[in-house]
Structure formats: C-alpha cells, structure tokens
Design a binder for this molecule. Structure first.
Ligand code: ADP
Length: 169
C-alpha cells in the first residue's frame, strides 16, 4: 500500500490543486491532503501574511470537493512536513509544479527536506496547462477586485471568497 502526502496551505483550494489531487489519486493507493494549520512566520517572499481562511474552513472546502475520490483523505498538520510524512508511516511527499519559478523554490525545499529526512522522496506532478498560472494568492487579489473566478475555483469556493471579502469590507 503506497501512501503519499500532498501538503500545502490551500488558501483557498483551486482547480490547480484539484488537478494535482486527481493525478496523485491515480498514482498512489492513498493520498493524504495535508493542510498546513498556519503559515511559517517567514517564507520565500518575505514575512508570511495570515491565511484568509481558517484551517477548519480550508479543510471543509477540500473535503467537500474531494468526496468523489475514494482514496483521498484530508487532514491538517503543523510543524515540519517531513515529520508529518513519517507520522503517516510513508516516505512520499507529493507537490505540484507550475512554472520555472515554482521549480526553483520547490527544488530548494525538496533538498532541504531531504537533509532532514533522507528516506522521504518528493514527487512532482504537473497540473494541466489550463491551470498552470493559477495561484491562491492571485485568486485572492482578483476576488478582492470583484473578478469572475469561475475558471479558477469551484463555485462553492468562489461563494466563500466573496462572502469572506464582504466581511472584511
Ligand atoms: P504552499 O504554501 O505549501 O506552496 P500551496 O497551497 O500554495 O501551498 O500549494 C501546494 C502545492 O500545490 C505546491 O506544490 C504548489 O506548487 C502546488 N500548486 C498550487 N497551485 C498549483 C497549480 N495551479 N498547478 C500545479 N500545482 C499547483
């Protein structure tokens, strides 16, 4: 039985993430989508901002949207991702890759994780090119400007984004 862990912030989940989940679910016997509880205080683009959605909201949306996949589980984690992978008694970490700029960051992260946990292999999949430009950050920006998000996120996620932004004023 081969289990892979697909970690991320998923703030919120997009069609790009769902594409990676669909591909991962076909490769592995079991796929654990691991939602980061909070962002590390510093990231590749400087100090991290808070997430827009709480971990409960992010979990709820992902569970709703991945219900059709029988071998996908959705969980949350905090701390080092390789520690979580070990806790799941597996050694595969799944990540999605979009662009060359993603590659640079993902490459650094995979090698850093390898020094922490040499037995853990990071496996990359590419989403469909229709989604290769999608990022949660851009979607949040577009949402705040009132854009139509129907090609980027499922209707329920769009509804929640609009509701959240209304609340935030
Ligand atoms: P993180 O904050 O860990 O980068 P994200 O939720 O932004 O979390 O992304 C989780 C993973 O999904 C990353 O490997 C990221 O590259 C990948 N990913 C995000 N959007 C896409 C997309 N549109 N196509 C392919 N992979 C994607």
């Amino acid at each position: 039985m081969r289990t892979a862990v697909y970690p991320g912030t998923f703030d919120p989940i997009t069609y790009g993430h769902l594409d990676v989940i669909g591909r991962g679910s076909k490769i592995f016997d079991e796929l654990v989508v691991a939602v980061a509880e909070s962002l590390p205080p510093i990231g590749p683009k400087g100090p991290a901002k808070e997430t827009l959605f709480t971990v409960e909201e992010r979990l709820e949306m992902i569970k709703e949207l991945t219900g059709e996949f029988e071998n996908v589980r959705v969980e949350h984690f905090s701390g080092l991702v390789v520690d979580y992978v070990r806790k799941k008694k597996t050694n595969v970490l799944l990540r999605g890759i979009r662009t060359v700029s993603d590659f640079e960051y993902e490459f650094q992260m995979a090698l850093t994780n390898r020094t922490f946990a040499p037995e853990v292999e990071t496996v990359f999949v590419m989403a469909s090119q229709d989604y290769s430009f999608l990022s949660s950050r851009l979607i949040k920006e577009a949402a705040s400007l009132g854009a139509n998000l129907s090609s980027f996120v499922p209707p329920e996620v769009e509804r929640r984004l609009k509701e959240k932004l209304k609340w935030l004023g």
